[in-house]
Design a protein around this ligand. Structure first.
Ligand code: 4AD
Length: 443
């Protein structure tokens, strides 16, 4: 019998054990926990699909030698076990227990003591240094599994709406979101950056596919040490041709409610965030100007402890206080031109503001940045110059306004922030396989 190929009929995934009650099966995985109690050994096995309790009783095993082998094992040993699947309401997982009949194969015993590596009271730095071990844990592996489910759900939405997934480069020579958060690098003899956003490349692709999206890393040399900032994050971005500002907000509402209300049914949301409420459309909309008035009315100060003035940045804390006051998802719209990048379309009625919207979520703040894009060649060129940028490297971006320019719009969503919000996690680092933070690029 092969133990390596998934086609092998006899190896049963732990999640499928309820279909094999009273049958003898082989399971394969790692010892998550092991406890000796008199003549019994209780072993929790983990195989990536779930956890199950297995019990070894001396007389039940094929040989005494197998039993004595089990007594010597410790956590994280990798093995394949044969046993009979039994229903047992006292068992900690699925109400199922496996009565071990044989060790089919011991791949590797553990050569260290994992209990000494991570302890229940280990601090965040130890846990991050040992993240390669921590991700095997029940809570962390659940969060990471859920992240994969969320990405699948987003992709399904895009597929159903005829978006095409594209893969822009992440080594680039143009900045998108301002110079202060750029990671610079030498690209042979030239200067280059790690991308801050794939937006400009997505804009090129709408002329080939009309509606496009990507799910790729973006990089920000963020100096801010907050519970929602990473230096490398997964950016879900989309761009749509023949879209004005209203179309954009309607699509965003549809995307966020559809994906969120699907995920709200997921057992991991029900377990980790049992109070989570499904979303209702429409979301609240409030302009930047009205938000400034409301912040002052609520006596929420700006980052310098002073009342807000028009043109001030609404930083993380007041932003969260604002959306918590409103109590539901909110589009903060029409930011001043002076605060936003060159690519945003200026509002027809008020040339001081842009057709832009951030989506704010209660307890988190901003999860999406979005706007209608400037589609006129001369206006765009002027705005690039006004920002002090050299238009030359943007020649390809400007060309888009020469050949078949159309009204278009797009957005970027921080995947980790979204997961943090829906699972109600304290810190964004919990949502990453290996978080990249201001003071950490290891492991
Ligand atoms: O608002 P941002 O900077 O928008 C853009 O980059 C646009 N070019 C996107 C587009 O229109 N295609 O970033 C978009 C989102 C934010 O709302 C936030 O969720 C996330 O990216 N984000 C971060 N997430 C984690 N750590 C950081 N340092 C982040 N910076 C932005």
């Amino acid at each position: 019998m092969t133990l390596y190929y998934k086609q092998t009929p006899k190896i049963v995934k732990i999640k499928n054990l309820p279909q094999h009650i009273n049958e003898e099966v082989v399971i394969r995985g790692w010892i998550h926990h092991i406890r000796h109690q008199g003549k019994l050994i209780f072993i929790i096995i983990r195989d990536g699909s779930g956890f199950v309790q297995c019990v070894a009783k001396k007389g039940n095993l094929k040989s005494e030698e197998s039993f004595s082998q089990l007594t010597k094992l410790s956590r994280e040993a990798a093995l394949a076990l044969k046993g009979i699947v039994k229903k047992d309401p006292r068992a900690p997982y699925m109400g199922i227990e496996i009565q071990i009949t044989d060790i089919v194969k011991l791949f590797h015993p553990s050569s260290g003591t994992i209990e000494l590596e991570i302890q229940p009271d280990s601090g965040p730095d130890v846990l991050l240094n040992k993240r390669h071990l921590v991700i095997r844990g029940e809570r962390t592996s659940k969060i990471l599994f859920f992240r994969a489910e969320a990405l699948k759900t987003f992709r399904r939405f895009f597929e159903n709406d005829s978006f095409v997934e594209v893969t822009p480069p992440t080594i680039v020579q143009t900045q998108v979101e301002g110079g202060s958060t750029l990671f610079k690098l030498k690209y042979f003899n030239e200067d280059a950056y790690l991308t801050q956003s794939s937006q400009l490349y997505l804009e090129t692709a709408i002329f080939a596919f009309e509606k496009v999206y990507c799910i790729l890393p973006s990089y920000r040399a963020e100096k801010s040490r907050t519970r929602r900032h990473l230096t490398e994050y997964t950016h879900l971005e989309a761009e749509m041709a023949f879209f004005d500002f209203d179309d954009l907000l309607i699509l965003l509402e549809e995307l966020i409610t559809t994906v969120t209300n699907t995920l709200a049914e997921h057992p991991i949301v029900k377990e980790l965030n049992p109070d989570f409420q499904k979303l209702e459309k429409p979301f609240r909309r409030i302009s930047y100007s009205d938000a400034i008035d409301l912040l002052n009315k609520l006596e929420i100060p700006n980052e310098h402890g002073k009342p807000f003035e028009w043109g001030d940045d609404i930083t993380e804390k007041p932003e969260r206080m604002l959306v918590d006051h409103i109590g539901r998802p909110t589009f903060l719209t029409h930011f001043p031109k002076s605060m936003k990048p060159f690519y945003m379309k200026i509002n027809d009625e008020n040339p001081e503001v842009t057709n832009s919207a951030d989506l704010l979520l209660p307890h988190l703040g901003e999860v999406i940045g979005s706007s209608q894009r400037e589609d006129d060649y001369n206006t765009l060129l002027k705005r690039i110059r006004e920002e002090g940028l050299n238009p030359e490297p943007y020649y390809w971006y400007l060309d888009l306004r020469k050949y078949g320019s159309v009204p278009h719009a797009g957005f970027g969503l921080g995947v980790e922030r979204y997961i943090q919000w829906i699972l109600n996690l304290d810190h964004i680092r919990e949502t990453c396989l290996y978080p990249r933070l201001i003071n950490r690029a290891t492991p």
